[in-house]
Design a protein around this ligand. Structure first.
Ligand SMILES: Nc1ncnc2c1ncn2[C@@H]1O[C@H](COP(=O)(O)OP(=O)(O)OP(=O)(O)O)[C@@H](O)[C@H]1O
Ligand SMILES: [Mg+2]
Length: 263
């Protein structure tokens, strides 16, 4: 579905942020992208939906390069981005307005807008806040409103760029749960995170190191084999406990059971 082929990117000449990043994301996957501060994760996210274009190499969505201006519009629609700071994402002054704004921007017919707003609010369980202003919402609710605005555009892939990192524990849990729910419903999900505890929720982990992909595999293999400390990443609490107790078996199975009983 999404393919990065030897992607190079720099903002300033001589300071390469991505150096030949190569990987692909298949339809229906739930992928985590991890990496130290400044390793280029947000740059990668922006390359995914054509906000940035590779200097070298290619990013393709269903075979079409994002560098082709003819496809840019459809790429932006197909790939939704959710950023870190919920306050930076609110453009209008109300939750419904925010969704409508996005839809008008991509010229959705007026007759279709009402229905899309209702569905999107329902998907993020924010029906009650349809008329709320941003300052009346918690951080988690603002993120859910931002997710609703993206969902209303009917993307096929949503990229969450550290979307939980500014939220309190409840907000984080809600947004993470929503990602899993959307994935279960068939959406392709990419989450960029520095919370290692969130990684086992996904099927696959990509580690970005010095502008290239240094690991690509399952969360279990990642925590078992990757030398996390050298990438300035910490193993999740559950993994450290299991190691201390000498337990084996799949962390993600455990995690899924726990998640299922919680929800
Ligand atoms: N608009 C910009 N102009 C110039 N340099 C930038 C710009 N955005 C990012 N950079 C630089 O590119 C590098 C990668 O930044 P990026 O934001 O992609 O990393 P990140 O992995 O998302 O970091 P973080 O963990 O802090 O979110 C950093 O060195 C950063 O300073
Ligand atoms: Mg970032």
């Amino acid at each position: 579905m999404l393919e990065f082929d030897a992607v190079h990117f720099h903002y300033r000449k001589g300071r390469e942020v991505l150096r030949g990043a190569t990987f692909s994301v298949q339809a229906g996957e739930f992928v985590s992208i991890v990496g130290g501060n400044g390793s280029g994760k947000s740059t990668l996210a922006k390359l995914m939906n054509g906000l940035l274009i590779p200097r070298e190499g290619s990013v393709r969505l269903d075979g079409e390069p994002t560098s082709d201006p003819h496809h840019l519009q459809s790429v932006r629609r197909a790939v939704g981005l959710i950023f870190q700071n919920p306050d930076d994402q609110f453009i209008t002054t109300g939750v419904s307005d925010e969704i409508v704004f996005g839809l008008e921007n991509i010229r959705v017919p007026a007759a279709e807008i009402g229905e899309r707003v209702v569905r999107a609010l329902r998907a993020v369980r924010m029906e009650r806040y349809a008329d709320s202003a941003p300052h009346e919402l918690s951080g988690g609710q603002k993120q859910r409103a931002a997710i609703a605005a993206v969902l209303a555009m009917r993307p096929r892939l949503i990229v969450f760029d550290e979307a939980t990192s500014m939220l309190d524990p409840q907000g984080r849990a809600d947004v993470l749960q929503l990602m899993k729910e959307l994935h279960r419903q068939g959406l392709t999900v990419v989450q960029i995170t520095h919370y290692m505890d969130e990684v086992p929720a996904s099927d696959r982990v990509l580690l970005l190191d010095r502008g290239a992909i240094a690991f690509d595999g399952t969360p279990d293999d990642f925590f078992a084999s990757a030398d996390l400390e050298s990438y300035a990443l910490e193993k999740p609490f559950a993994v450290r406990v299991r190691e201390a107790l000498g337990l084996t078996g799949s962390l993600s199975d455990d995690w899924k059971e726990r998640a299922a009983s919680q929800w």
